[in-house]
Design a protein around this ligand. Structure first.
Ligand code: HEM
Length: 232
C-alpha cells in the first residue's frame, strides 16, 4: 500500500483503484441502505419502521427502483474492487496476514486508548474490519438475490433458510454494515489525516529522524521502497 513518492516526504498510500471503488461504494451503499429501509417499511419483519425522513424513494415502487439501480453499481463496482485487489496483490499485501498475536496486541492497545495509526499500514483491527465488511457485503448481495428471485436462486434461498430466512439474513447483514460505517466514520474523525489520503492517495509523513538522535520512533517498520509510478 505505502510507497514513498520521489518528492519530499509524501507516501503513496492508496491506489487509484482502491480510491475510486471506495467512493463509488459509499454512494451505492448510501442509496441501497436508505432505499432498503423504505422497502422494509412496506412489510416490516420486526415491530418497528424506519423514520420516513431518512429513507429514499418516496414510496415502495420508487424505493425498489432506487434499490435495483444502486444494486448494479454496488455489484459491478464490488467486482472491480475484488478482481483488482486480487490481481494487484492489494489484499495479500495490505489486508493480510491477520495473526492472533497481532490482533490481541492491537485490541489491548485499542482498549487502553494506545492504538497507534501509521499512515500507509492498516493495523490488525482495521484488517479484520475491512475483510469483514467485504464478506458482509457478499452476504448482502447473495441474500438480496435470494429475496429478489427466490425461484431462480432457490439454492441460495435454501441455504439461508428459505425466503423468510433470507430476509432476516439480509436485515442482519445490513445492520452489521451500518454498525461498521458508524465505527469507521468515528475512526476517521479521530484520525482525520486518513481522509485526505483516501481522496488524493497520498499522505505527508514526518521527516526521517536524524541518525543518533534520542528522538527515534519506536516499532516502525523499515521505510517503504521509493517509487514514482502509479500503483494499481
Ligand atoms: C459507506 C460504507 C463504507 C465502506 C463499506 C467502507 C469500506 C472501506 C474499506 C473496505 C476500506 C479499506 C480499503 C482498502 O484498502 O482496500 C476503507 C478505507 C477507508 N475509508 Fe471507508 N468505507 C465506507 C465509508 C467511508 C466514509 C463515509 C469515509 C469518510 C468519512 C471513509 C473513509 C475511509 C478512509 C479514510 C479509509 C482509509 C483508512 C486508513 O488509511 O487508515 N469510508 N473503507
Amino acid at each position: 500500500m505505502a510507497r514513498m513518492v520521489a518528492d519530499q516526504n509524501l507516501l503513496r498510500v492508496h491506489s487509484l483503484l482502491v480510491r475510486v471503488t471506495h467512493w463509488i461504494n459509499v454512494l451505492a451503499i448510501l442509496m441501497m441502505v436508505t432505499s432498503g429501509w423504505r422497502i422494509y417499511n412496506a412489510s416490516p419483519i420486526f415491530n418497528f419502521r424506519f423514520p420516513a425522513g431518512i429513507t429514499l424513494g418516496g414510496w415502495l415502487a420508487g424505493a425498489l427502483q432506487w434499490h435495483f439501480a444502486a444494486m448494479w453499481l454496488l455489484a459491478l463496482n464490488g467486482l472491480v474492487y475484488l478482481l483488482g485487489g486480487f490481481v494487484s496483490g492489494h489484499f495479500r499485501r495490505d489486508l493480510l496476514p491477520v495473526t492472533r498475536a497481532a490482533l490481541a496486541d492491537d485490541l489491548k492497545d485499542a482498549l487502553t486508548f494506545h492504538l497507534r495509526h501509521q499512515v500507509g499500514v492498516y493495523n490488525s483491527l482495521q484488517r479484520v474490519a475491512y475483510l469483514g465488511v467485504v464478506a458482509d457485503l457478499c452476504v448482502l448481495v447473495l441474500s438480496g438475490l435470494a429475496i429478489w428471485k427466490p425461484v431462480q436462486f432457490q439454492e441460495i434461498a435454501w441455504l439461508l433458510g428459505g425466503y423468510e430466512g433470507a430476509r432476516i439474513v439480509h436485515f442482519v447483514a445490513m445492520s452489521l454494515l451500518v454498525a461498521f460505517v458508524a465505527m469507521h466514520v468515528l475512526m476517521v474523525l479521530l484520525v482525520p489525516r486518513t481522509l485526505l489520503a483516501i481522496i488524493t492517495g497520498r499522505a505527508r509523513v514526518p521527516p526521517a529522524p536524524v541518525p543518533g538522535s534520542p528522538l527515534q520512533p519506536r516499532n516502525l517498520p523499515a521505510p517503504p521502497p521509493t517509487e514514482s509510478g502509479d500503483a494499481l
